[in-house]
Write a protein of this length. Structure first.
Length: 309
């Protein structure tokens, strides 16, 4: 397939892009950054890098981007400013929103202007859609929550839902992505390896996780399999509590995991954004089984063993 990729230079894209190249797809990657990596693929034409900000309307007037979109069979849109890395000021909340809502709105509008729009859009969302809860178990059919992230995810999904008729939309509500070298685990690993690891906050919050390789396989399946459509929860079948996650991580590293990180420390660093880590949600998928998706890492110990080896 000829694919247009937005937001695929980050933690997920790092594995997704090589996997899509390996499968023989032809890629155009949009990034605000200067081209880096993929030298062989860029020189032999398997990957084209467009240095543009997809959240800016002017970028969509660029003829290279217009050409890539009109040639595309499929689009993957994962673009979004990182959620839990900075204090949530009003200005930062605006960036969290614009990077997702504007990118998606502009993409979908540009798609609607085409005579033959791409066959499929795989658009990211997040399990934050459901809000947070210690008791509830959320599935794809559950309603949206009411906090900031839930509202952001709901608006992100609505923006994507405006795809032209004829374009298949797969919305992936992504859980906590696990792999070495980034994401939540990337932050926890050095502390745990040094022997100072432990659950963050109360330890009772849910962590609905997915190994990055499974998420990338799921995104690729969404692109390639015409029977995939609608919302799917990108989470492994066994969500765990933060206490269990910390215990399992300690076990997999052969290090202690007894030193809890008090919630207020995180609140000082992240403000309201600490909620992302201190509160969680138990999310499962009622769709992935019947869609025929099987996980390479269905349980946390195999996922952590792969991510920490
Ligand atoms: N990792 C997780 O645990 C997790 C969980 C739930 C949902 N998600 C969602 O899945 C998506 C991909 O996750 P990831 O971990 O790969 O994220 P990431 O490493 O932070 O990468 C984000 C991507 O979005 C682009 N981006 C960042 N800020 C932007 C901005 N202000 N305007 C326009 N583009 C911007 C970046 O592109 P350039 O810098 O190249 O322009 C990058 O390719 C994100 O939308 C994220 O919210 C991730």
């Amino acid at each position: 397939m000829r694919l247009l990729l937005l937001g695929c230079t980050g933690f997920v894209g790092k594995e997704l892009v090589p996997q899509l190249i390996q499968s023989g797809h032809q890629l155009t990657l949009v990034s605000r950054r200067l081209p880096r990596g993929y030298d062989a693929e860029r020189s032999d034409g398997r990957l084209t890098w467009l240095q543009l900000d997809p959240a800016q309307a002017a970028s969509w007037q660029d003829s290279s981007l217009q050409g890539a979109l009109s040639d595309a069979d499929g689009v993957v849109n994962l673009a979004g400013e990182p959620i839990a890395e900075q204090r949530w000021t009003a200005a930062h909340l605006k960036i969290l929103e614009n990077s997702r809502l504007e990118t998606t709105r502009l993409l979908v509008e540009a798609m609607a202007d085409l005579k033959t729009p791409p066959q499929v859009l795989v658009n990211a969302s997040a399990i934050g859609f459901y809000g947070t809860s210690r008791e509830a178990c959320f599935q794809e059919s559950s309603a949206a929550g009411s906090d900031f992230l839930a509202s952001l995810c709901e608006r992100w999904e609505s923006a994507a839902a405006a795809v032209p008729t004829g374009t298949r939309l797969v919305t992936v509500r992504i859980g906590i992505v696990i792999a070495a070298g980034g994401g939540a685990l990337g932050k926890m690993l050095p502390v745990f390896r040094a022997g100072f690891g432990g659950p963050i906050g109360s330890g009772q919050q849910w962590m609905s996780w997915i190994h990055r390789s499974d998420l990338c396989a799921l995104i690729q399946r969404g692109l390639e399999d015409p029977t995939w459509t609608g919302v799917v929860n990108g989470v492994a079948p066994q969500p765990v509590s933060m206490n269990e996650f910390a215990r399992e991580l300690g076990r997999s590293l052969g290090r202690p995991s007894l030193l809890p990180v008090p919630g207020p420390v995180l609140q000082v660093l992240l403000g309201d954004g600490a909620k992302v880590v201190l509160e969680g949600q138990q999310v499962q998928s009622e769709r992935l089984d019947s869609l025929g998706f099987s996980f390479r890492y269905p349980d946390l110990s195999s996922a952590l063993a792969a991510a920490t080896s």
